[in-house]
Design a protein around this ligand. Sequence first.
Ligand code: 0O2
Length: 212
Amino acid sequence: MDGRDWKRFLLPYEQAVEELKVKFKTLRGELKSREEYAPIEFVTGRVKKISSMLEKAKRLSVPMDQLESGIEDIAGIRIMCQFVEDINTLAEQIRERQDMTVLYEKDYINNKKPSGYRSYHIIIEYPVQTGLGMKRILAEIQIRTLAMNFWATIEHSLNYKYKEQLPDDVRARLSRAAEAAFILDQEMSNIRGEIVASQLMFEDNSNLVNRV
Ligand code: 0O2
């Protein structure tokens, strides 16, 4: 594929990422404005880099003409939550949505990766309305806590620096850091009720101040 082919190929994925970001950000805003608890802290999204796609295709032996079905995370959305419990709540809401179809789920929370990575992945089929008609694409929604995201972001950048050849001491420290993040999530879950109540109170007060 030349540059123009790639551009055309990636267009529906770019559209899907933009739409999905808006949808989940809006969901957060809507719940907040109804003074309900929002299981979403913030949302990011990206279209996979061509180099990363080619690498993955090679590793999984996906032929170039089967990238659409063979690589499920060309469009990727990441949703960060405060608490582990929010991940289940949000996953349930995603399963019930009419605008996307859940194909399958990967639970890297109860089955963490050997690296220490924890996150909940949902592979969806998402219809994009293009100028040529409707196109169903695959997308990956990653749902994780703020602590899981902190760990994954650091680990990703270290892997980038060391080109996947992490020195043993760094690997060991990352493994301990993953354990610390896990404990942090557990501790936060234990005082979840307290935290949520105080946040709702804080929002009530700031709404009052904003209205004055
Ligand atoms: P990019 O383009 O840099 O965002 P695999 O075959 O292991 O690659 P798997 O196990 O099926 O893939 O996982 P999946 O659901 O395809 O997700 C891959 C993505 O999950 C990665 O994207 C990361 O965002 C995240 N991820 C998976 N494992 C790890 C890990 O050990 N550490 C970190 N930091 N992130 C991980 P890419 O490949 O980085 O793509």
